[in-house]
Design a protein around this ligand. Structure first.
Ligand code: NAP
Length: 236
């Protein structure tokens, strides 16, 4: 059975990835910040069985290293960097802190730490686990908001964190190609999760099914690419 490790697995897209992969008979290492408060994840794990829950805050590099050591010898076919923040909620109340003229630089640093450094640190720490697997895939949830050509959303922190994530993952793709490791970015669409400003038009199961299909189809030729959940290439 293939194995995936998913960050931010307690709600939103991460919870649905966990459910769908487990239903497809994958082994899932479902990571979340607070397993004790993750009632939905606990209940999916009880129902489906092949889910191992691990505590992980992707802003905590020592914790990432500790989990990688604990899982030494465990092959991971798909490292799924899903965890991310748009900023404090409710979004409309706080989004001004990401707008020029009122920028909150501490908030920007925190968004970069979670959305950009987190996935890169995960890739560093879990490289040997991915390299030991059959599928060898590192996939990060990004956003068209990070594209330099498709969208100009004024949220400096969130947008730039995804731009930097894309560039970092593109560099990683080139770095790891000789080892047969596939590194890709996927935009899940504007999905009805806690990141929804009220106008999201994609249901969670539809988005996750689309992203999973893409991940299944990824080959080394796709390494370094950025696609939408429906398969479209994102210009970035
Ligand atoms: N929804 C969209 O329209 C959309 C569009 C483009 C890209 N994305 C990307 O898709 C990914 C999943 O987002 P979502 O829509 O499912 O949002 P969500 O419902 O807000 O879920 C975010 C998840 O990330 C976790 N997380 C946040 N900070 C973390 C940290 N420091 N360590 C570990 N986990 C952390 C959250 O855990 P807690 O419960 O502990 O906070 C939660 O499980 C994100 O990377 C997001 O940027 C979403």
């Amino acid at each position: 059975m293939p194995t995936t490790l998913i960050t931010g697995a307690n709600r939103g897209l991460g919870l649905e990835f966990t459910r769908q992969y487990a239903q497809s008979d994958w082994d899932v290492i479902a990571c979340c910040r607070n397993p004790d408060d993750a009632a939905d994840l606990q209940s999916v794990a009880e129902q489906l069985g092949n889910i191992r829950i691990e505590r992980l805050d992707v802003a905590d590099h020592a914790a990432i290293d500790a989990l990688a050591s604990r899982l030494a010898g465990q092959a991971i076919d798909v490292l799924l960097n899903n965890a991310g923040i748009i900023g404090p909620v409710p979004i409309p109340e706080h989004i001004g802190r990401q707008h020029f003229g009122q920028l909150d630089y501490d908030l920007w640093a925190q968004v970069l730490r979670i959305n950009t450094f987190g996935p890169v640190k995960m890739a560093e720490a879990f490289l040997s686990h991915v390299a030991a697997s059959e599928q060898k895939k590192i996939v990060s949830l990004s956003s068209t908001v990070g594209s330099l050509v498709e969208r100009d959303t004024a949220a400096f922190a969130y947008a730039s964190s995804k731009t930097a994530l894309n560039k970092s993952m593109r560099l990683l793709a080139a770095t790891l190609k000789d080892r047969g490791i596939i590194v890709s970015m996927v935009c899940p669409g504007y999905v009805k999760t806690r990141m929804d400003f009220g106008t999201a038009d994609v249901e969670i199961p539809e988005s996750v099914a689309g992203v999973r299909k893409l991940i299944d189809e990824f080959s080394l030729a796709d390494s370094g690419t950025f696609r939408r959940y429906n398969g479209d290439v994102v210009a970035w």
